[in-house]
Design a protein around this ligand. Structure first.
Ligand code: SF4
Length: 453
């Protein structure tokens, strides 16, 4: 009598943190699928739970510790449950995770995510728990990923480098992701072609400090040159890249953005602070004047460019006067988007040696003040778009109004369409008929002429 095939094993990957982490998670998901695992509808229904972790702030790690704690009871009831931890916290804590969380079977570091699926099966076979870390500054071969495993058909993320060779004093990235390691141009273009061939029309190039891409490669190719090559890949309609740090921005990059129509007029450009004294304590390598000079260059060389940024409030020693310099920078630069964070001490960083002396309530009130100033700027920038025409790449149902579709303009601004208009992956031209705090309301029926916004 034929015995029924066992049901496929189900895996749940919970991601925290940046897009590079999400991309590593997509790789792990593709590798698990190749080995017969299927995605689980929830963590509760999974045979394998994977936490893809972030270390950029303590809060991100605390969330994972509590998730692991919550799984202990379930593992007692069902010892066959498998639990894995990957990403930056895995790299930073390593064996400590196995010691502190008996529920965990596999720990893989930031340059071993390609081994996750194999190690899970190894543990299944031997019952021995493992942690696989590699010196994050050692050599690295980017594993070939299954590009069909991705969050959105129309968008493809491509990692062009790993790690960062800067040492910003608050940042944990160099210690968990290692020194800069660049992927060669051929493997990047090959992945872009596979993504475009599989329906991705928007390509996001990813790197912690993407402006320096190529510095570790023979012949030192540059990001502007890479953008020109990606620009020629058939099927690619929009190109974006992040993260661009001011200390490494060069004019040829801005010129390439101005010349290449498929490179979107949007730059993620972290200032972090507006006070020269704080920027020095952050080891950022530029001052306020230089940042503003680069903003001027970007706006002069890339027509209609919109800028986004990251900002940290409450850095050690931040005085009222220094904070005022940050607030005034918000009003002076007028970013279309700002990701604002409260300073969080990270072990192993230079700033960890400084007293975290800005009280939490002060951090919170400064955070709120920056958010309020930024919201005013954003509302004004969006209001100024009313009556203009924009092209929207539709992502899917709006988070707030699921009966309506939402997407992103060329400036990466969030746009919502009328009910019944558009579907995921569609490019729709429309007129901005209304703007609210963070959203443009775009009506394709009101669009007049074709062409770029
Ligand atoms: S540039 Fe600075 S903030 Fe950015 S990843 Fe490198 S060390 Fe961290």
């Amino acid at each position: 009598m034929e015995t029924a095939a066992p049901p496929p094993r189900r895996a749940w990957i919970e991601a925290f943190g940046c897009q590079t982490n999400l991309l590593d998670g997509e790789f792990a998901a593709g590798d698990l699928r190749r080995r017969g695992w299927v995605p689980a509808p929830s963590a509760e229904e999974a045979d394998l739970v994977v936490f893809n972790t972030c270390s950029v702030r303590q809060h991100a790690e605390d969330k994972v510790w509590s998730r692991l704690g919550a799984l202990a009871e379930r593992k007692r009831r069902d010892p066959s449950l498998l639990v894995a931890v990957m990403g930056c916290m895995a790299q930073r804590e390593g064996e400590e995770i196995l010691r502190r969380a008996p529920v965990v079977d596999v720990v893989v570091g930031t340059r071993r995510y390609g081994d996750l699926a194999r190690l899970v099966e190894e543990v299944e076979g031997t019952g021995r728990r493992v942690s696989a870390l590699r010196d994050p500054s050692g050599g690295f071969e980017e594993p070939v990923r299954d590009v069909t495993v991705r969050e959105q058909v129309h968008r493809g993320w491509v990692s062009v480098m790993r790690g960062c060779s800067h040492r910003c004093s608050y940042c944990v990235v160099p210690s968990v992701r290692g020194r800069q390691f660049d992927r060669d141009e051929a493997s990047i273009l090959e992945e872009v072609r596979r993504l475009a061939g599989d329906g991705a029309t928007e390509i996001f190039l990813l790197g912690q400090n993407i402006n320096t891409w190529g510095r570790t490669l023979p012949g030192r190719p540059t990001l502007p040159a890479l953008l020109r090559r990606v620009h020629e890949v058939p099927g690619v309609r929009r190109i974006r890249f992040l993260t661009s740090n001011p200390m490494d921005i060069e004019i040829p990059l801005l010129d390439a953005m101005g010349e290449l129509p498929r490179v979107m007029p949007y730059l993620h450009f972290p200032a972090q602070h507006g006070s020269d004294a704080v920027l020095r304590r952050m080891y950022r390598g530029y001052d306020r004047a230089r940042y503003l000079e680069l903003v001027g260059e970007a706006r002069a060389r890339v027509p209609g460019i919109e800028l986004a940024t990251d900002l940290i409030v409450g850095f050690p020693g931040e005085t009222e006067e220094e904070f005022a310099a940050l607030l005034s920078l918000v009003r002076e630069v007028r970013w279309t988007m700002a990701f604002v964070f409260k300073y969080s001490v990270r072990p192993g960083t230079a700033a960890a040696a400084l007293p975290d002396d800005v009280p939490e309530p002060v951090k919170s009130s400064r955070h709120a003040a920056v958010m309020a100033a930024q919201s005013e700027v954003e509302a004004a920038l969006l209001a100024a778009r009313v009556g203009t025409e924009v092209e929207v790449l539709v992502d899917g149902p709006s988070a707030k109004r699921p009966e309506r579709m939402a997407g992103r303009t060329a400036h990466h601004q969030l746009a919502v369409l009328p009910e019944g208009a558009g579907g995921p992956g569609e490019y729709l031209r429309g007129r901005v008929v209304r703007a609210t705090a963070r959203v443009l309301h775009v009506d394709p029926a009101a669009a007049a002429a074709p062409g770029r916004p």
